[in-house]
Structure formats: C-alpha cells, structure tokens
Design a binder for this molecule. Sequence first.
Ligand code: NAP
Length: 529
Amino acid sequence: MEITGLNFIGNDLSGEGDEIFPAINPANGTKLLPGFHDAVLQEIDKAAFKAHNAFHTYSKKNGKEKAVFLEIIAQEILSLGDILIERCHEETGLPKTRVVSERGRTVNQLKLFAELLRDGSWVEARIDTAIPERQPVPKPDIRSMYKPLGPAGIFGASNFPLAFSVAGGDTASALAAGCTVIFKAHPSHPGTCELTASAIINAVKKSGMPDGTFSMVHGQSNNPGMAIVKHPLIKAIGFTGSFKGGKAIFDAAAKRVEPIPVYAEMGSTNPVFILPGALKERKGEIAKGLTDSVILGTGQFCTNPGLVFYEDSEDSFKFLNAAAENIKNSSAGVMLSSGIQASYRDGIKNILNQKGIELIAEGKSSGINCEGISCLLGTTADVFLSDDLFEEEIFGPSTLAVNTRNKAQLLEAAQSLSGHLTATIHASHEDLIDYKDLIEVLEGKAGRLIINGYPTGVEVCHSMMHGGPFPATTDSRSTSVGTLAINRFVRPVCFQNFSDELLPHELKNGNPLKIWRLVNGERTRDKVS
Ligand code: NAP
C-alpha cells in the first residue's frame, strides 16, 4: 500500500497545504518518503463539519453495529501486514518485535471495546418508576443513561505509535462511546499514522458508517492541533503526551467560548518505595527488576520508574551498588526522535548541574544515532525536598535514587509528592503492617498502586486505571487505558415522564437489550413491571 502524505478529511484524501515535512528514521537520521502535508485551517474546518454531520447518524448506531465497526478496524489493521510493522520500526526505531506486540495490544483493545458494546450494560441505565399517589407531591418517572458527547479531537504520543496513536485507546473509547473522531497525527510517525488511518477508513466504508466518522490530519507545527481544540464543533479532547503539550491544550480549551473537557494523560515519574524488610530479603532481585524496568524500551514509557525512595542502611547501600552494576552493564537503545533525545540529554545535564545530585552509574554507549544512555542518579531526601524540579519527569532511561534518614523522612517525601500515574511499594509482610500510613498517603497521589512489582506494563482490562491526580492528568477521575476510558466521552442524559415508545431501547420497560440496569435502586436484568 502506498503512503501518500495526505490528510484524511473523512473518507477523502486531501493535501491543500504547502507546508510539507518528512518522517525521519531516528536510527540513522535519514528522511523517509513521501513528504507529509500539514493540514490547513480549511481542512480542519471541513473535517469538523463532516464529524458534526456524521455524529447525528453515528451516535445512533446500536452497540452491535459499533462493535462490528471496531472489529473490522482490528481486522483491517492486521491486514496491513508487514508494511505497517516495517514502517513503524523505521519511523520510531522501536524493535519489530515490540511493534508486533503493540499491534496485538491495539487490536485486542478494539476487540475489548467491541465486547463491551455487545454486552451493552456500560451505558449505566437507571430507572426510577413513578409513584403518582405519593404525598405531598407525586413522584415522576425518571430514567437516565450515558449518551456520547459529540465529535472528539484526539492526540497521540510518540512513544506508543500504535496503542496510543491513531487507533489507540483514546480513539477506540471515543468511537465506542458513539463520538466521531478527528485524530491529530504525531509528526514523529506520520506514515504509521496514515497506514492505520487507512485501516479505519476502510472499516468506515465496509461497515456502512457515515463519511466523517473518522478523520486524520497531519501537523508538524502545533497549528492543526490547536485548530481542532478551538473548533466550536469539537466537544471533547483526548490527549496523550508531554505535560507541556497537554497543559497548553487544556488551557486553550478552557479559554474557548464553550469550554470542553480535556482528558490529557501526561508525563509521570512513578515513585517507587523500597521498604526495609524487602531490602533485607530481596535487595539483589529488586535492584535487577527495578533497573530492568528503568531501561525497558530505552525508558520511553510514561510508567517509567523515575524516583526511588528507601531508608539509609547497610542493605540500601548494597541495593544501590547492585542497581548501579545493572545500569553500567546496559547498552544504549535508539530513542524515538532527535527531539526526544535532546530533551533527555538536556534533562540529565540540568539535574546534574543542581547541587547535591550525583551520577551514580551510567550505561554503555552503543555508538548509534539518537541513543539514550541509561543513568542512575542519587541524592538525599533533604535535597529532594528542597526543590520541585527533582520530581519532574526526565523522559528516558534514568531514575533518581533518594536516600531518606528514617521512616519519618520517607513519609515526608511521600507527602510532598504531586500526582503520578503509579506508585509502587516493595515490602515484606511485616513492612505492609508497619507502613500502612505510607499506603494511605500514596493512595492520594497516584491512580494505580503496585505492591512488589514494577510500573511498566499496563494491562488493558476492565479495572485498569491509567491516570492520576494533576500533573499526571488534567482529570483524575478518568483513565486512558481499559474499558472505563469510555466514560470520558459520554454524559448522562435524563428522560422524565417519557412514554415507552419514546424511550431509548436501553431504558424501555421490557429491557429488549437484556442489559444490567439499576431499577428503583436494585441492579437487575429484569423487565420493569
Ligand atoms: P508531545 O510532544 O506532547 O506530543 C503529543 C502530541 O501533542 C503531538 O501530536 C504534538 O504535536 C501535540 N502537541 C504538543 N504540544 C502541543 C501544543 N502546544 N499545541 C498543540 N499540539 C501540541 O508528547 P510526546 O513527546 O509524543 O510523548 C512523550 C510524552 O508522553 C512523555 O512525557 C510520556 O510520559 C507521555 N506519555 C503519557 C502517557 C499517559 O498515558 N499518561 C502515555 C504515553 C506517553 P507536535 O509534535 O506537532 O507538537
């Protein structure tokens, strides 16, 4: 399949703009053909009108129809075969094995949402039947359920070119909710974006969804993305990427005449706490597991463990030495782009310029283009507590080990933290009893708490929470991974005193879809008598 470098404005290919940018292979710095057209405002406008018009039809499709659509997208992605794997590998430097497994995750994510739609109960149907004889005033018949918000703008990150990109979790959840989507392609993997978008457009056509259900626009400059955020017909934004990008988009959306929700999942440092009993029992094993997690995928995960806290002891000294050894033995991998590499290099340089920060160990250079060399940095809790800078994400294979004097200072460090995607505790059975207060503190700081594991690797399932308090996200009530992500793109709508014929199927007395509903306060699949 040929990559055109054009935008998908609904089902039509379009390249009205003169600004053309290339994809770059980060492994050797070469430009890849063809050039990609930055979308211009007229194209964004057309895409928004198409998304708006399509929404009227698409939002009324039933769960089964939308499920079939998502399943066809999954099939079409697989049908792209090696061309997708090859292009993605070339544009990102990610090993082909990783790209294949990410494709599997992307396809399974779409299928999981399809299952959710077939079941149908996700709409949270609630029914309170009328009590006309109630005194002093009769109780009306009130029913509610979730309905889609409208056309959504979605932004993907560079580090997940499939699973957090064109057909990733944000797009899958928005389409599942019944929203139409305009996707802003990431300029560091534009060819991968175009191939995946073509799979979605094929699925739109094959499943009879309206033109405008999905659009994808390129943009190396921020203009096309900002035009999506500011367009009056866009009703929600899903974003995955850096804090800088997410916050800029959130602020722009808040300044609109009609502000809209922005679900920005941003960076995180993912603190890890290693408690004394665990250090005594498993210091070597934890040092290996933790540093493997730091260097995995050249550290380019939002769940990378970038902060490690422990109490000063003979065991912690040995732990740090073992961790340093593993870092020293690691070889640098290719980073996603020269921009990401420059940010990583500058971030490390900047933190090492701060008083009280030491470079404990550094990995080996591989002599390749765009390499990311692993770093183990160290400091004391006194230094850590003196400046918020030390909590900021340095996106890449590094971690900062923070030595605390005692339990009180460990707790003080935990209390000082802002919001993160995850927080991890390594603990013995006794530690878990002695440090109950630490777990309570961390519950207020992160979306996902992990005991005796590592934060990298995010399971796509019904109970996953991939989010967290600000600055990890702009809305701590939401997740961008797992089926709960669908709730970001809906709002509850209430129907009062509607006759059965007028009600949506989900709320009719006979429960024709046989979904779970809350009827007069009881969860049931029964009909309303
Ligand atoms: P990024 O530079 O913020 O890019 C994400 C997208 O936002 C791109 O399409 C980018 O387009 C756009 N963008 C950025 N700033 C913008 C602005 N001011 N106005 C309009 N659009 C803007 O992020 P990245 O470097 O690709 O991804 C790495 C980051 O993502 C890391 O911090 C990582 O932790 C985070 N991440 C978070 C999660 C999560 O779930 N929380 C998952 C994966 C990654 P341009 O490139 O054209 O600016």
